[in-house]
Design a protein around this ligand. Structure first.
Ligand SMILES: [Zn+2]
Length: 282
């Protein structure tokens, strides 16, 4: 059995604040260990069900150099390095292909605009107001699931903040979900200890892979991604990417006959939006 694990950080055990999310933050080093522990728990759970399972873990948060390689389970390989499109056209999912039996998403959070969502955003917090897939507002979990689906890889398990639960349930209740904490607000939650979440995660992982036929393949076929951005200048920059069209002042459209190609185009465009000169220099 071969499992792809996409790892984000905002939904990892104990993570509730920006101070824990970037290398300059005081809580970052501890958060790296917490995230690595969550990923290892999932791997250990799968290995109980299938001792020969192998794993590719995609480090998909911020600098994408968060997971501690020397502490990662030896059954895994780690995709590490910046998410710029020249490195990782599929962003958090770079390394995926059709040979995987299933995917997990660990450390995840709710979509941009979720009321009181804990560290809620969609891919680039400073740019994306709303990300829509085939006219439906989606977060990273559902969008990533569509990309995985275009490779024929089902989503078996999602782990993250409790406010992500309703977002997933509204999409498809077949996706197994484990909450690492109960969300209180944008930067606070009631956290379970790592010793507790690791048991929950490893149990869930063992359970889902013993019944992989029930995991959810989300193949949308033709994919139209609309990304509504916060600022007109961001949209102007993003829409310079070849293949992008624009709706109104603030929304770009990336479209293809499969979700992976539509995502690659949208991701290139969104990263271009970051290159704008600061407003005070305009
Ligand atoms: Zn993140």
């Amino acid at each position: 059995m071969k499992i792809f694990i996409a790892a984000d950080m905002e939904g990892a055990t104990g993570v509730v604040h920006h101070d824990q999310l970037m290398p300059e933050g005081r809580g970052y080093a501890a958060a790296q260990r917490l995230l690595t522990g969550d990923v290892n728990a999932a791997i250990e759970g799968v290995l109980r069900a299938d001792p020969l399972a192998t794993f590719v873990v995609g480090d998909g948060h911020g600098p994408m150099r968060n997971i501690i390689l020397e502490e990662l389970h030896s059954a895994a390989e780690l995709v590490i390095g910046s998410g710029k499109p020249s490195n990782k056209p599929l962003c958090q999912l770079e390394g995926i292909d059709s040979t995987f039996d299933a995917a997990f998403m660990i450390g995840y959070h709710s979509m941009s605009g979720t009321p009181s969502g804990l560290l809620a955003h969609t891919y680039i917090g400073s740019v994306v107001r709303e990300w829509r897939l085939n006219s439906i507002a989606v977060g990273e979990v559902q969008m990533n699931a569509a990309v995985l689906g275009s490779f024929g890889v089902p989503v078996a398990l999602v782990v993250g903040n409790s406010d992500l639960g309703p977002e997933i349930a509204a999409w498809d209740s077949r996706v197994a979900f484990v909450a690492t904490k109960r969300t209180l607000g944008p930067t606070a939650g009631v956290c379970l200890t790592p010793s507790r979440t690791r048991i929950l995660i490893s149990h869930a992982a063992a359970h889902v892979v013993t019944n992989l036929g029930a995991s959810f393949l989300y193949d949308v076929g033709h994919a139209r991604i609309e990304v509504e951005m916060y600022r007109r200048e961001q949209c102007d920059k993003a829409s310079m990417e070849h293949g992008i069209t624009k709706i109104g002042d603030s929304t770009i459209v990336a479209e293809s006959d499969n979700a992976a190609d539509a995502f690659r185009l949208a991701w290139r465009a969104c990263t271009r939006a970051l290159d704008e000169a600061p407003a005070w220099l305009a």
